[in-house]
Design a binder for this molecule. Structure first.
Ligand code: ATP
Ligand code: MG
Ligand code: MG
Ligand code: MG
Length: 469
């Protein structure tokens, strides 16, 4: 059996022995892209290399990059605990060619690693290509010997990658593993593709075109390769389990939370343990990379994730703060690959404990209010936006936490009403400042706060502070 730590090593070794420079994971807070909340893909630290702004001595690299997808364009927060394959924090294994090799070699490497080095059965693999990418279609046939029925042409944006409106872009080819017909789901492009039977393990991006103002304007002089494979997903495949949450790393974390709460990860409690294990990873890694909980921006995303986990700890009946007591199990699993985790352990534990002590002061009262407000509701009901806002403002419930809390009962939340209540509070705060004779530049401060509040990465900002918690 291959441990997750061994699989990471094996991936990096394979590409290093094929001329790639092994590069350490960059921190989760992007240093080269102010528009991005967190690094969410392996290529992010190399953006300037792909656009030609920077050059590297070696034109090939490989990495296992820490990624967080809990906000912005890629937001997998709501999937966590409910799908077999999504995390808020995960590691993306990647190999990169900066104007060096292209499609043929990228496909050869991927196929060789999966089927020869790692010995995965070829008949369980299938791939997608962008519908116009005949070159990739033919290469898969030639290199992998895949039958045409297992090279699926996809016409959607899922198989076309672009950095934004400017710069490199190109078709992708995704590799899927078939976990078997005992699991519901259909192949990519089919009506049942949302199921978890066919799981995307690796995405190969062929950067070959140049974009300007959202239009393809020509071919790149030197095409490049960017790939990303979810470490947890390939671990599941290699460890013979279907579900990411059944791999070694997650088993260790979930068993730590089972023994500290005394509650088995079964039935209705299963999702809670999964959310806790997942959020433990994202919050700890964010703290290790210098993000601190706050009421806006990155810090608020961190706080939202923490509080969500803390509600699930409460659901499991934890009488005392739980999250900080799980950190040693995480450091034991991942501290060797990521020494920053061990270095930051005291900070992580103190911060998690302080946050949980603080949040628990208002958590039960908030949950009581939520119960009262929904007592008469059935599936399909909707919590008024005003109530969701009160939970946010007075009890410190992030909006998505309220949504998550009602999800199992099939009750929704009036988002427009919530936004309206938030806007009203902001307007009132602004008016109060105006009449207070404060420095003239406070107006500027409000403008900034609002502009930031409107941008995708800031989360819900509240100029008056988020509840007195
Ligand atoms: P999916 O369609 O399953 O959401 P994706 O197409 O959004 O995945 P990519 O952006 O192509 O994912 O990222 C490259 C690889 O990273 C994926 O093939 C997958 O193995 C992994 N990955 C992506 N999102 C997650 C996640 N939230 N948790 C774990 N692994 C992920
Ligand atoms: Mg996705
Ligand atoms: Mg996909
Ligand atoms: Mg993909």
């Amino acid at each position: 059996m291959h441990t997750t730590n061994e699989i990471r090593r094996s991936f990096l070794d394979y590409f290093a022995s094929n001329g790639h420079e092994a590069v350490q994971s960059a921190p989760l807070v992007p240093y080269n892209d102010p528009t991005l909340m967190f690094v969410n893909a392996g290529m992010v630290p190399f953006k300037n290399v792909f656009t030609g702004l920077e050059t590297r001595a070696v034109p090939r690299a490989t990495s296992s990059q820490k990624c967080v997808r809990a906000g912005g364009k890629h937001n997998d927060l709501d999937n966590v605990g409910y799908t077999a394959r999504h995390h808020t924090f995960f590691e993306m294994l990647g190999n990169f060619s900066f104007g060096d090799y292209f499609k043929e070699q990228a496909i050869t490497h991927a196929w060789t690693l999966l089927t020869e080095e790692w010995g995965l059965p070829a008949e369980k693999l299938l791939v997608t290509v962008y519908h116009t990418d005949d070159e990739a279609f033919d290469l898969w046939k030639k290199i992998a010997g895949l039958p045409e029925s297992k090279i699926i042409r996809i016409a959607t944006k899922d198989n076309f990658w672009a950095m934004g409106d400017e710069g490199p872009c190109g078709p992708c080819s995704e590799i899927f593993f078939d976990h078997g017909d005992h699991i519901w789901g259909g192949p990519p492009g089919s009506p049942e593709e949302d199921g978890d039977r066919f799981i995307e393990i690796w995405n190969l991006v062929f950067m070959q075109f140049e974009q300007a103002a959202g239009e393809i304007v020509g071919n790149l002089p030197k095409p490049s390769i960017d790939t990303g494979m979810g470490l947890e997903r390939i671990s599941a495949v290699m460890q013979g389990v279907h579900d990411n949450y059944d791999i070694d790393t997650f088993k260790a974390l979930i068993s730590a939370s089972e023994s500290l709460t005394g509650v088995a990860a079964q039935g209705e409690n299963r999702a809670s343990h999964r959310v806790i294990a997942d959020h433990l990873r994202s919050t700890s890694f964010l703290l290790a990379d210098g993000v601190l909980p706050s009421n806006e921006g990155r810090g608020y995303v961190l706080r939202r994730i923490m509080r969500r986990a803390m509600r699930h700890a409460h659901l499991l009946g934890a009488k005392d703060p739980l999250m900080h007591r799980l950190v040693p199990a995480l450091v034991a699993e991942m501290g060797q690959a990521y020494p920053e985790l061990g270095r930051a352990q005291p900070l992580i534990e103190e911060t998690l404990e302080r946050e949980e002590v603080q949040f628990r002061r208002t958590l039960s009262n908030g949950l009581r209010l939520l119960d009262e407000a929904t007592a008469d509701m059935n599936e399909g009901g909707e919590l008024p936006g005003e109530t969701a806002f009160k939970l946010y403002d007075t009890y410190g419930f992030p909006y998505d936490l309220t949504e998550d809390a009602l999800r199992s009962r099939g009750i929704g939340v009036d988002k427009a009403g919530f936004d309206a209540a938030m806007a009203q509070q902001k307007a009132a705060a602004r008016a109060a400042w105006k009449g207070s004779g404060q420095a003239a530049d406070s107006e500027v401060w409000f403008d900034i706060a609002e502009r930031e509040g409107a941008s995708e990465f800031t989360g819900y900002t509240s100029t008056t502070g988020e509840g007195q918690v």
